[in-house]
Design a protein around this ligand. Structure first.
Ligand SMILES: [Zn+2]
Ligand SMILES: [Zn+2]
Length: 182
């Protein structure tokens, strides 16, 4: 997914809208449906501000009963991508005597700031990272899924078993006896 800087610069006060359907990364293609992304991109003077949302469906097994389960993934994002050349050029102009020092500082900043260079801002890696971070470690087929019996392995949503019934809380037994008396 690429955004052309020149087309944004031609209308600097306007956010341009994009809507795309991306195929999931190769290693997730069995589990993730096509990823629907809607966003706007706007030229900020220093780079491009991208604001939007991403949605898809994630498939995995339910971690309680191990049957197929799915979960809707939806998230909003906003990120400013700075145009690298612009910053390096400015440094050279402002700081000709101390160019080396300034460049060291810039390299450190690069760790936390997203830069791009040239006329094209490629959002592919950024969107892939967002997607990977949004995938839940565990999903359930439904919130009320009772799962499998830890003793006999029966699917408790289909049938009850008698395992673990002797281990009733003694306070509950007392309570039941009291109820009987009433
Ligand atoms: Zn389940
Ligand atoms: Zn059981």
């Amino acid at each position: 997914m690429k955004v052309e800087l020149n087309s944004l610069k031609s209308a600097p006060d306007q956010a341009k809208s994009f809507e795309v359907e991306l195929s999931p990364p190769e290693e997730l293609k069995e589990q993730v449906a096509p990823v629907h992304v809607k966003f706007t991109a706007k030229f900020t003077g220093d780079g491009v501000l991208v604001t939007g949302d991403l949605s898809t469906t994630y498939h995995d097994e339910c971690h309680r009963c191990l049957k197929p389960a799915e979960k809707q993934i939806e998230l909003d994002f906003q990120e400013e991508f700075l145009q690298k050349e612009k910053f390096y050029d400015q440094d050279k102009v402002q700081d000709d005597a101390n160019t080396n020092k300034k460049e060291v500082v810039l390299e450190e900043e690069e760790l936390s700031v997203d830069y791009f260079s040239g006329n094209e801002l490629d959002l592919t890696d950024f969107l892939r990272q967002l997607l990977i971070l949004a995938i839940p470690p565990k999903i359930v087929c439904k919130d009320s899924c009772p799962g499998l019996c830890p003793y006999c392995g029966k699917d408790l949503s289909k049938e009850k078993c008698n395992c673990g019934q002797e281990e009733v809380d003694p306070r509950l037994v007392k309570l039941r006896e009291l109820k009987k008396d009433l």
